[in-house]
Write a protein that binds this ligand. Structure first.
Ligand SMILES: Cc1cc2nc3c(=O)[nH]c(=O)nc-3n(C[C@H](O)[C@H](O)[C@H](O)COP(=O)(O)O)c2cc1C
Length: 394
């Protein structure tokens, strides 16, 4: 798509602006918004501003090594694509487009349980490494079937998200009429339909792609779960540490526990046999008022002590953000909105552009830091705010 490479699109904020112009308000706010006062959403982003870099000059770093080894696989980049539900609403066949862009860049795409494309469609559409993110919506039997499909399709890791006992209160969604649009009587919907008419190009693509998606990876007795059932289904299907036992029996590959914010949960994940954790607050979409992920990363990395891998997500909008997270103890990071803005702005090429922006940022940042490889980054490359504990040396 033209327009993604010019001076209009130099950074992720530019992709966000384009996305806002292309998709209806209810879709944009679903992507962009967070829970309640959005304090955590903003804190995630701001935390990177508080951490400053300590460059070493006069160091030749011609071609810095960007790769990361995550769960035994060598990735070309130190970031992966996070699971994002309903991606198909942002752009036709959105999950497949994002997986293709990730694979082409040499990194992992994580498919959400609440995706609009099936496990198999995404596998067939992409040659890159794939992870599957598990919610227990629909119950254990439904989850078992999805796990076995993911195994058969060659997904290499299972991500169990533990921070979604109930959907967070995302007030923007309610104000935009999400309830009325999904399940209201026809008359109640009318005031909210104008936002779709204001985005005819998106509307055309949406209708051609089949209209409102169902969830093909949540196969209930009467077929794929419908959109309107998500909230109640999440509440009925809270994952507990006990579930890790049977999940482990169903899945013999690596398990990643996503949504860890405390040293206690990190230790528990280690003792339950997880292979990695993602320090995550769901991009500020769940419990508002929890700390920025970058802020708690050093203490969690120290508590884990290298026994399992520590990944992080939340607030990454620049390659230098990725670098800071690696300095403070992450093996690699996941990006959510950064790639989704690209998808909403321009489909697969938009995701590729988002990845390219971050990749180029990381190369430049490493060169300016005087660091030859992401693997060499450590606490010596950053200063943290005075009220943060000093990060432990690696
Ligand atoms: C629109 C949207 C939908 C999401 N859906 C899921 C999901 O289905 N499962 C999940 O584990 N995390 C989900 N997340 C959270 C992301 O995986 C990730 O934790 C978060 O986006 C990271 O923050 P960032 O967007 O600031 O990068 C979603 C995030 C967004 C923005």
């Amino acid at each position: 798509m033209t327009g993604l490479r010019g001076h209009d699109v130099l950074n992720i904020a530019d992709l966000r602006r384009l996305a806002e112009r292309r998709v209806p308000r209810v879709v944009f706010d679903y992507i962009d918004g967070g829970a309640e006062n959005e304090v955590t959403l903003q804190a995630n982003v701001r935390a990177y501003e508080g951490v400053t870099l300590r460059p070493r000059g006069a160091v030749a770093t011609v071609d810095p090594e960007l790769g990361a080894t995550v769960l035994g696989a060598r990735l070309a980049l130190p970031f992966l694509l996070a699971p994002v539900g309903s991606t198909r609403l942002f752009h036709p066949r959105g999950e497949v487009a994002a997986a293709q862009a990730a694979g082409a860049a040499g990194t992992v795409y994580t498919l959400s349980t609440l995706a609009g494309s099936s496990i198999e469609e995404v596998r067939d559409g992409s040659s890159g490494p794939l992870w599957y993110q598990l919610y227990l919506v629909g119950g254990r039997e439904v989850a078992r079937r999805a796990i076995s499909r993911a195994r058969a399709a060659g997904y290499s890791a299972l991500v169990v998200t533990i921070d979604t006992a109930v959907a967070g209160l995302r007030e923007r969604d309610l104000r935009n009429g999400i309830k009325e649009l999904l399940a209201g009587p026809p008359l109640a919907r009318i005031p909210f339909l104008l936002q779709f008419l204001a985005r005819p190009r998106w509307l055309y693509g949406f209708l051609r792609d089949g209209g409102l998606m169902r969830f093909p990876n949540v196969l209930l007795a009467d077929g794929p779960m419908g959109y309107v059932d998500v909230g109640p289904a999440l509440e009925r299907s809270v994952v507990s540490w006990d579930d890790l036992g049977w999940i482990r029996r169903e899945w013999d590959g690596p398990i990643v526990v996503k949504g860890v914010l405390t040293v206690e949960d990190a230790r528990q994940a280690v003792s339950e046999g997880a292979d990695a954790i993602v320090v995550s607050n769901h991009g500020g979409r769940q419990l508002d008022g929890v700390p920025a992920t970058l802020r708690v990363l050093p203490e969690i990395a120290a508590a884990v002590g290298g026994r399992i891998e520590v990944l992080l997500d939340g607030g990454i909008r620049r390659g230098s953000d990725v670098v800071k997270a690696l300095c403070l103890g992450a093996t690699a990071v996941l990006i959510g909105r950064a790639y989704v803005y690209g998808l909403a702005a321009g489909g697969g090429p938009g995701v590729a552009r988002a990845i390219e922006i971050l990749r180029a940022d990381i190369v430049r940042t490493l060169k300016l830091l005087g660091c030859a490889a992401t693997a060499d980054l450590g606490p010596g490359h950053v200063d943290v705010p005075a009220d943060w504990p000093k990060p432990p040396l690696r």
